[in-house]
Design a protein around this ligand. Structure first.
Ligand code: GLP
Length: 243
């Protein structure tokens, strides 16, 4: 695992955008695995800025997002579909037909998991998977205790995740209790992984996930087994890692 320490959130976002844009320049028709949450917002802003300056071209890019809440419409401002359009897709020259997000409104969880895995396979797999990490070490929506062998599936969100995500909703009762997520196995099949972490409140989990034992209790710890992972974290997030 390569670790790049960034000064702060802005620097982390710029470094991450640099890595993504290098990937796009090296392989203009690559498949990017994308993530939501507050962490990658600055990265998307930086990519949009470079796009506006003519430095990056998304016309041949395909994307596959990590996850989506179950049971909320795409038009809901809290859906990850809405998030991706708002922060990236509507602001760059990506072909919307080339973007993929699990369908939160598919009532058939087994069928949705299979469909999404087939989408990823048909794209030839993910070239570069962007990840954030939850406070409990979750990646995508793979909560502690999830089997590493799972592919895309439906999950019940942990109470701590519902609590952490309530800031985006009018009340905690509106936070969906379930989501569709790429499984750990799906994530581990990406050729390259770029994981971003920012802020002191994630310092403990960064130390556990990347320097502690590999265990389903800390889902991100499995990334230690991937042969091409880049962690870009700011100084605050790395503050509990001994150097
Ligand atoms: C959500 C998403 C994850 C994300 C995590 C952390 O639960 N499903 O993909 O990494 O939150 O979010 P944040 O970046 O806002 O801390």
């Amino acid at each position: 695992m390569r670790i790049y320490e960034a000064k702060d959130y802005k620097d982390m976002s710029r470094k991450a955008a640099n890595i993504i844009s290098a990937q796009v320049i090296m392989k203009p028709d690559c498949t990017l695995g994308l993530a939501t949450g507050s962490t990658p917002i600055g990265t998307y802003e930086q990519l949009v800025d470079w796009y506006n300056k003519g430095d990056i071209d998304f016309s041949e890019i395909h994307t596959a997002n990590l996850d989506e809440y179950r049971g909320i419409e795409r038009t809901n401002e809290q859906s990850y579909y809405y998030f991706m359009n708002h922060h990236l897709f509507s602001k760059v020259n990506i072909d919307k037909n080339n973007t993929n997000i699990p369908d939160g409104m598919n009532p058939d969880a087994i069928a949705e998991g299979k469909r999404y895995e087939e989408v990823i396979r048909s794209l030839g797999g993910v070239d570069l998977q962007l990840l954030g990490m939850g406070h409990n070490g979750h990646i995508g929506f793979n909560e502690p205790g999830t089997e590493f062998a799972k592919e895309t599936h439906c999950v019940d969100l942990a109470e701590s995740t519902i609590e952490a995500n309530k800031r985006f909703f009018a009340s905690i009762d509106e936070v969906p209790r379930q989501a569709y997520t790429m499984g750990i196995r799906t994530i581990m099949q990406a050729k390259k992984i770029l994981i971003l972490v920012s802020g002191e409140e994630k310092a403990d989990i960064v130390a556990k996930a990347f320097f502690g034992p590999i265990t389903p209790e800390v889902p991100a710890s499995i990334l230690q087994m991937h042969n091409d992972v880049i962690l870009v974290a700011d100084a605050a997030a790395l503050s509990k890692v001994s150097k």
